[in-house]
Design a protein. Structure first.
Length: 197
């Protein structure tokens, strides 16, 4: 007789999938924060306490630059300007890195035949692997294709990816109505219970 499968089968794969999703979400959020206008960033900094500012200043990485002895002030400015120019392209690569993590997440789930939770599966575009954030990388709305929108169970949530233009549709009905055969069975059971009492 074969042994039954344990509770935590493939737990290492689940942990890997969770890590990839969290990493992609973090990278995507840092990209969004870096694209904020300077006025919003300065407002956020003004609201932060002095301690938080000190911690942020300490935690930022500074790259030391070696200058030849007798370097002029213009040489120092050129070096500091080149450092800031080198750091900007790294921010542009973050969305691609988050997309790569989402692609790996999908590949692992397909190869291992593990089903992703519904929230995770609906959080990224199936076509371009972009993380879907409402108002940033996707647009959401509700459509009702019934005549004049009279049927509330026909509501469908539409999520449109702004990167590739793919639309995903999700039904919004709470509970589906029972089929005719099921309704008849339920009615017969109620009649039997009424006849017994």
């Amino acid at each position: 007789m074969a042994k039954g499968k344990g509770k935590n089968v493939n737990s290492h794969l689940r942990a890997r999938l969770d890590y990839l999703h969290k990493a992609a979400t973090y990278l995507h959020s840092t990209t969004i924060a870096s694209k904020l206008p300077q006025t919003q960033q300065s407002d956020n900094e003004n609201n932060a306490s002095d301690e938080k500012r000190d911690i942020e200043n300490i935690s930022t990485r500074t790259v030391p630059q070696i200058l030849s002895p007798g370097a002029t002030a213009s040489a120092v400015e050129k070096v500091s300007g080149s450092v800031s120019k080198k750091q900007e392209p790294n921010l542009n690569r973050l969305p691609n890195l988050s997309r790569a993590y989402i692609s790996q997440l999908r590949g692992i789930s397909l190869k291992t035949q593990l089903r992703l939770p519904q929230e995770v599966k609906r959080s990224f575009c199936k076509r371009c692997d972009t993380l879907l954030v409402s108002g940033v990388s996707c647009m959401q709305g509700i459509r009702n294709a019934s005549r004049e929108g009279k049927k509330p169970w026909a509501d469908v949530r539409i999520v449109r990816c702004t990167t590739c233009g793919t639309e995903k549709c999700y039904p919004q009905a709470g509970k589906r109505s029972k089929k005719l055969a099921e309704r008849k069975k339920g009615k017969e059971q109620k009649e039997r219970q009424a006849a017994e009492t």
